[in-house]
Design a protein around this ligand. Sequence first.
Ligand code: ZN
Ligand code: ZN
Length: 256
Amino acid sequence: MKLTVLGCSGSVPGPGAPASGYLVEADGFRLVVDFGNGTLAALQTLCDPFDIDAVLFSHLHPDHCADFAALAVFRWYHPAPPYDPRRRRLAVHGPSDTADRLAAAYAPNESERASTDLSEVFEFHSFGEPAVRIGPLVVTAARVAHPCEAYGIRLEHDGRTMAYTGDTGPCAAVTDLAAGTDLLLAEATWTDSADRPADMHLSGRQAGAAATDAGARQLVLTHVAPWTDRAAVLAEARMAFSGPVWLAEPGAGYEI
Ligand SMILES: [Zn+2]
Ligand SMILES: [Zn+2]
């Protein structure tokens, strides 16, 4: 597997930094995990957006799905698509209300939605069974601690594993998903403080503790908010986890 960061700015895009989005490649299959503000621009520097094979959403806050409407426009209105997009509908996996929420984001009113049915170019799937196969990847999704229907995921391919927390406060699901993984991609929105709201986000210390509890081999910190001290988040995580720790950067790649 190869993980490439499209965007990693937490909660909102930052200066020159898209919000959350990741490209996961395995056996030539391309899965985009989250599609936040600015990620379609980043994706186009790596591949033709027609060449992605599936999209997965951890949850549907705007910083994780805002550019999906742009992808819909790209696939619908591109003047010279390499094939008829209606004949190769793109698989989209996510929370139970994904189809309705994304259609509403794309088309502002019911009459437009009636004439522009996204299901003609996208095939929507809700997380259901504990594990699903998406191309060559085995994907396990589990509910995490966030104010909306939000999932962390575990990806397995050819004996290698990675986990992604999505957005979450500390919870057992993250430890379970990340158990023994080769790489944990963990959100670390803010620095550690006793007055942070519960069931919302992780601090650098909490992300490091999750990696330690799970026995993950390496930790990549992401979703650091533009107003957060990145160096402090990294230092916290390194205090709590003895393995290699990196701060995600747009365009960074990790072989797993
Ligand atoms: Zn977020
Ligand atoms: Zn969120």
